[in-house]
Design a protein around this ligand. Structure first.
Ligand code: SF4
Length: 111
């Protein structure tokens, strides 16, 4: 794929795209420029091109779990709908170490 014919894409982005499509590594500055100026679709297309070059049509996924030890937070960020320390205190929880270990144990035989 030749990127230098992309319409409505600024020359700096086209230059970065050409690097990617020519198998060249982009610089930190290129990455920052992409972050600040490229659409998500444009950056995603470049990332997908690299992924397909490295792994073909195979996609890998990460499966994990996380434990939330408590929802009683001492802060009160205005946008927060998670903390239950001040509002809805009766809905607050705090897990013991054993409760957290019990959660971990559930995944013992999960590949
Ligand atoms: S966002 Fe909510 S949970 Fe996170 S620090 Fe702020 S109040 Fe606490």
């Amino acid at each position: 794929m030749i990127a230098n014919t992309l319409p409505n894409v600024d020359s700096a982005l086209q230059e970065i795209a050409n690097k990617v499509y020519n198998g060249q590594r982009i610089s930190d500055e290129d990455g920052l420029y992409l972050f600040e100026h490229a659409s998500l679709a444009f950056a995603g297309a470049l990332a997908n091109y690299v992924r397909e070059q490295k792994h073909g049509d195979i996609t890998y996924f990460n499966r994990n779990f996380h434990i939330e030890p408590t929802n009683a937070c001492v802060y009160s960020c205005h946008f927060c709908s998670y903390s239950r320390l001040y509002a809805y205190r009766d809905e607050a929880w705090e897990l013991s170490l054993q409760q957290m270990m019990d959660i971990v144990k559930k995944y013992d035989n999960d590949p």
